[in-house]
Design a protein. Structure first.
Lengths: 294, 196
């Protein structure tokens, strides 16, 4: 049993928008023998958009409080996030705490107000890194009992697992880890030129029309390349691509009806998990193309 | 004509990662890499030159920085490795602290008035409340209209248990300490800026 400290983030809470990601990742962990120990009383990472209301130190203090709690509760065990934005916020904060003594001092003064402190040394990792580096491709493939043969999948990496840090040495312009995951389940990764394009991120809330144009181009590219479903590692990408399809169809004259899944949902199904285990009942655009494997 | 360097110096010192602007060689790769480039009046490259040229009001009142989606494409591609995304966030935040931003700028309103307010009021994002506040920020009529546009999606989210039907959520257990921590961090932020 491999154990990690776990920061689920707000969208992975019960009844939150990425509950399907959380549920399918927990199913993956059960099959792989991974235990994710959730930080007790964690707070929001402040996300990408937190800079505007929070500035630097309050924004970083939010991640630092999670580090301090993690260290207190679980020592320096690797801290794993499943959300792209949470991971990025943690990585950025950790990097600045490591390289800027001024920042580290100020953050610890702020943490002191909450009766906490953080001296560094926790590695902040994305769950995808755990799968690739700690579990390994061979083990991921060897669990397959129901290969998703013939399923055409577009691997939408998006932005924040890819830039600016990247996953496992992949290139920024053509990262391959998601395509390799698709192939590991027995499915086919279709060519997908928009795999690292931006969906609009949080600006889907404030600049909806502009962001819908970006999202439309991504969906179009996947459909044009024959994808039956799109998978992504990012809760914001998943949400934007899935729930705005209706609005895009209405306003931009398209006719999209393509399921947007997490990589974990493909793995769970290919590993013999049920529709429920894979949280496929939690899709707004129903995952019909996967029915033939259920 | 002499250049007025006072604004550039102010940005180098007080705006997040602002000192990196000195390093920009004006190649424009950032401009071509931005997903919302069509909607900028001035690209990052141009904003950086405007900072150096002392165009304070034009920069701080600009809507441009608020077009950043945090995709990090400009960072990944900048040949001089400038943290452009953070410089842009920094300029947006600096403009906000200086009270220069058009209060109707939609991303500023969302980020500052809705999102930040949402997370600091309980310690975590309350998605249902976040969406409601956003939709109704221009009054009940506009809110209902926007809600109706997204009705099918919202019902879909409710049905698949990905949206909490109760918009109110509790605070984290350590909320008092969390609030004090944020207040202290905000206080120290000013000191950090002046020291840089």
């Amino acid at each position: 049993m491999k154990e990690y400290t776990f920061f689920p983030g707000c969208s992975s809470e019960h009844n939150a928008s990425a509950a399907n990601m959380e549920n399918s990742i927990q199913s993956m962990c059960r099959i792989l023998g991974i235990k994710l120990n959730e930080i007790d009383d964690w707070n929001c990472c402040s996300a990408s958009i937190g800079y505007a209301g929070g500035g630097q130190l309050p924004r970083m203090a939010m991640s630092a409080r999670n580090f301090a709690l993690a260290q207190k509760q679980r020592g320096n065990t690797d801290l794993v996030a499943t959300c792209a934005a949470c991971w990025l916020a943690m990585r950025e904060t950790n990097e600045r705490l490591e390289h800027e003594p001024d920042v580290k001092g100020a953050i610890n003064t702020a943490l002191g107000e909450a009766g906490l402190s953080y001296d560094g040394h926790i590695r902040t990792r994305h769950f995808v890194e755990v799968l690739i580096e700690d579990i390994g491709w061979e083990a991921l493939k060897s669990k397959v009992t129901k290969p998703l043969k013939g399923l055409k999948v577009a691997g939408y990496v998006g932005c924040q697992t890819n830039r600016p840090f990247g996953v496992c040495g992949d290139s920024f312009e053509n990262p391959l880890y998601l395509d390799r995951m698709i192939e590991a389940t027995g499915a086919t990764a279709v060519p997908f030129p928009m795999k690292v394009a931006c969906c609009g991120g949080a600006l889907m809330f404030s600049e909806t029309e502009k962001s819908c144009v970006l999202t439309k181009q991504i969906l179009q590219s996947a459909v044009d390349n024959g994808a039956e479903v799109i998978i992504t590692p990012c809760p914001v990408c998943q949400l934007n691509l899935e729930v705005y399809q209706g609005m895009i169809n209405k306003n931009l004259g398209t006719n999209f009806n393509i399921p947007i899944l997490y990589y974990a949902q493909l793995f769970v199904l290919a590993w013999g998990g049920s529709w429920q285990d894979a949280a496929l009942h939690q899709q707004v655009v129903a995952a019909e193309p996967l029915r033939r494997f259920a | 004509m002499a250049y007025d360097l006072s604004f550039a110096k102010e940005v180098y010192k007080k705006s997040e990662m602002g000192h990196w602007i000195k390093m920009c060689m004006q190649c424009g790769v950032c401009a071509g890499s931005c997903p919302l480039r069509a909607h900028w009046q001035h690209s990052p490259r141009q904003l950086f030159q405007m900072v150096r040229a002392g165009k304070k009001d034009e920069v701080l009142k600009s809507s441009d920085m608020w077009m950043c989606t945090s995709c990090y494409n400009c960072i990944a591609r900048c040949p001089r490795n400038l943290p452009i995304t953070h410089i842009i966030h920094g300029l947006a935040r600096y403009a906000e602290t200086q009270g220069k931003v058009d209060p109707t700028q939609p991303t500023r309103r969302f980020a500052v008035e809705v999102f930040w307010e949402n997370i600091v009021s309980t310690g975590r994002v309350g998605e249902a409340m976040l969406t409601m506040r956003l939709y109704f920020q221009d009054g009940i009529g506009a809110g209902i209209q926007r809600g109706l546009e997204m009705k099918d999606s919202a019902l879909g989210m409710l049905k698949t248990r990905r949206l909490n039907p109760i918009p109110f959520r509790g605070k984290i257990k350590g909320y008092d300490g969390f609030k004090k921590m944020l207040a202290k961090a905000a206080e120290l932020e000013v000191k950090l800026e002046n020291k840089a």
